[in-house]
Design a protein around this ligand. Structure first.
Ligand code: NAD
Length: 248
């Protein structure tokens, strides 16, 4: 098993890709801390995992430092060691075309998506260093839209491009401390975040995807798990695209 004896925290672990990541990590032997703004959803995730008592659900708002610190403290108290990290939350969207977008709508998405990755990474990496751990790994959830752009999503695209730059800088700075940092850029994935997208938009998109289907959350989660595991021990600062061939 890839994660026997390992501990991993997954932000946004109460839904979609985050929940699928928790499932894959637990299947591979990890103890999982599912952290979410919605603690009931995080608890539901834990209840679905193999050996639920090995895992922990915590409440966390990734844009509030005190909330992140408290969740990490709870986790360290239970397991006596800090976790590796999947910074999966938050990826909020507030779509509008560039010429119509209000400044606060643009900034809200930047604030949540970018600050959410920064704060959680800073606090978890700080704990890994403080505990003298030399085999930490962090995986950020970005999006292919951060690379290609997308109509009506200049705020989301800018935020995910920022996550890619953040990933590479964190990878450079943390390498000497034994922490690898990578990101995953999914294409369109079937989760609660995308369930309101109209069928006709999806039909158009499918014509552009060589594999001719959208991703299931588990297909993203398997790649996240690989990057978090020792199997990717020579990879850091990499932005891995998982798009069914949409972007090449
Ligand atoms: P989702 O909406 O299904 O789940 C997001 C989870 O994050 C929810 O449980 C929610 O409660 C939690 N959350 C929201 N704000 C939070 C906060 N401030 N603090 C802590 N938790 C918070 O979303 P998803 O589709 O699984 O997306 C997960 C990640 O993958 C996001 O970063 C998203 O941008 C990225 N992504 C998704 C897709 C897709 O098509 N679904 C594509 C590319 C990238």
């Amino acid at each position: 098993m890839m994660f026997a004896g390992k501990l991993a925290m997954v932000t946004g672990g109460g839904s979609g890709i985050g929940r699928a990541v928790c499932r894959v990590l637990a299947r591979e032997g990890a103890r999982v801390v599912a952290a979410d703004l919605n603690p009931d959803a995080a608890q539901q995730t834990v209840d679905m995992l193999i050996n639920p008592n090995n895992h922990l659900a915590v409440s966390m708002n990734v844009v509030e430092k005190a909330s992140i610190a408290s969740a990490i403290r709870t986790s360290v108290e239970k397991y006596s060691t800090p976790p590796s990290l999947v910074a999966n939350a938050a990826g909020i969207t507030r779509d509008n075309f560039l010429l119509q977008m209000e400044e606060n709508t643009f900034m809200e998405v930047l604030d949540v998506n970018v600050k959410g990755s920064f704060l959680v990474t800073q606090l978890v990496a700080g704990q890994l260093v403080e505990h003298g751990l030399k085999d930490g790994a962090i995986v950020n959830l970005s999006s292919i839209i951060g690379k290609t752009g997308n109509l009506g999503q200049c705020n989301y695209a800018a935020s995910k491009a920022a996550v890619n730059g953040f990933t590479k800088t964190a990878a450079r700075e943390l390498a000497k401390l034994g922490i690898r940092v990578n990101s995953v850029l999914p294409g369109f994935t079937r989760t609660p975040m995308t369930e309101t997208v109209p069928d006709k938009v999806i039909e158009k998109l499918l014509k552009l995807i060589p594999l001719h289907r959208v991703a299931e959350p588990e297909e993203i989660a398997e790649v996240v798990a690989f990057l978090l595991s020792d199997k990717s021990s020579y990879m850091t600062g990499t932005c891995v695209e998982v798009t069914g061939g949409l972007a090449m």
